[in-house]
Design a protein around this ligand. Sequence first.
Ligand SMILES: Nc1ccn([C@@H]2O[C@H](COP(=O)(O)OP(=O)(O)OP(=O)(O)O)[C@@H](O)[C@H]2O)c(=O)n1
Ligand SMILES: C[C@](O)(CO)[C@H](O)COP(=O)(O)O
Length: 248
Amino acid sequence: MAEPVVAVIVGAGLGLRYGGDIPKPALKLTGRALLVMSIEAMAAGGCTHAVVVVNAKVAEAIGPTLAALPIPVLQTFGGATRQESVHNGLRVIRDDPRLKGTKIVLIHDAVRPMVPANVIAGVIKALREGAKAVAPAVPVTDSMRRLDGDGRTQVVDRTTLRAIQTPQGFPFDVIWDAHERMAADGAEFTDDVSCAQRAGHDVTLVPGSLLSMKITEPNDLTVAQALWKVRDTLGHHSGRRFFRHFGR
Ligand SMILES: Nc1ccn([C@@H]2O[C@H](COP(=O)(O)OP(=O)(O)OP(=O)(O)O)[C@@H](O)[C@H]2O)c(=O)n1
Ligand SMILES: C[C@](O)(CO)[C@H](O)COP(=O)(O)O
């Protein structure tokens, strides 16, 4: 049997920016829960198994739908931070005999339900070519300013900036070791390539997509609903086009 390519999908957040105490990954877009759409997207992109990291409310809402999905889904509970939730998901890969031999892990936000298959395939391809920490990214298009804290602001050169998305991909050993070290050191990051970088690995960026938008606040769901309807007309995903013009 081919070795597993495992998606760890984190959906145990509090949704504070959405309004609080809302099981955001169970909200519906296109009639399906965001978490269910994310599992289906990761399967379409080449993942053979999913480990979903949830809280009790999300587990109750999506539990009955898991059996009908195209790949086997294992479940665990989340932690107080996203980083802890990812760590819990990685622990399942380490411990569950069904996931023995996993070499490639993709860590994805449950609330990025529309990630296209070509973005996921790009992350896996970079890993197969030897990269140790891979993230999809898109250039920023607005002018950027940094708040200095004294009411003043400073311009930031936007050509040096990228917005980082998920799924972020790693060899299992690399990201397990990185999370163990961050937990021991008490270091906290908002994403997983940052954990891997702190543990000494270079980060490789691959093209992301407008469709990989994160459902963070209520307006995002409205935008996502509109985007989903026109997804086939969007053409080549924006990330790749920008990368061609502006380099990595
Ligand atoms: N303790 C946490 C925090 C976040 N997440 C997950 O990480 C992803 C990205 O987080 P975000 O969208 O910011 O969700 P929340 O943490 O729920 O939002 P907020 O910060 O507004 O509370 C989400 O799928 C979320 O469920 C998680 O699994 N465990
Ligand atoms: C992982 C992430 O989605 C990459 O952009 C992001 O860092 C999550 O941050 P959040 O604060 O949990 O929204």
